[in-house]
Write a protein that binds this ligand. Structure first.
Ligand SMILES: [Zn+2]
Length: 169
């Protein structure tokens, strides 16, 4: 066995010194001083880790966390992305419509088009910072999402009845 292979097998040897699969490593360590040193330093590291204990959280950790959670819940959702995420997370009453995925794809397409549009005119927009540009893009995406949202709600009832096979015939 060469040293490189032996060294990568040292942790196994340390965790299970008696295993038959570690016999080759054991034999190599017995004959190779360098790998023996490596094994000993690894052993020291492992015993240090055994002594290490995770620090106890402070006495007020739970209260502080509860306050932070309440503050976060009281805040209005930040942007269109946050709103969409909370929609996905908390709006479990209604089942997902495949159309929603289509709306997302469309919003992405619109977003991409907007970015391309901005890059075309970027020559005479020196004063507009990248952040402002991003915000404008997000705003347009938000409008697109709201439009799709209304479309989805509008055809929600017809969508359900059309889902039954043969009912529209
Ligand atoms: Zn060796």
């Amino acid at each position: 066995m060469i040293c490189r292979n032996a060294k990568s097998a040292l942790p196994d040897l340390l965790l299970d010194p008696g295993a038959a699969s570690n016999a080759a490593v054991r034999a190599h360590v017995d004959s190779c001083a360098e790998c023996r040193d490596e094994l000993h330093s690894l052993e020291a590291t492992f015993s240090l880790l055994d002594e290490w204990k995770a620090p106890e959280p402070s006495a007020y950790f739970d209260q502080k966390l509860a306050v932070l959670l309440r503050e976060e819940q009281a805040k209005p959702p930040a942007g269109w992305f946050e709103r969409m995420r909370s929609r996905l997370l908390f709006n479990t009453g209604r089942q997902f419509r495949p159309a929603f995925a289509g709306a997302l794809a469309l919003a992405l397409l619109i977003g991409g088009g907007t970015i391309a549009d901005f890059s075309v005119h970027s020559g005479n927009r020196h004063s507009v910072s990248a952040t402002v540009t991003d915000l404008q893009v997000f705003d347009k995406n938000d409008q697109a999402l709201q439009t799709m949202d209304q479309l989805l709600q509008d055809d929600g009832s017809t969508d359900d009845s059309a889902a039954q096979p043969g009912s529209s015939l």
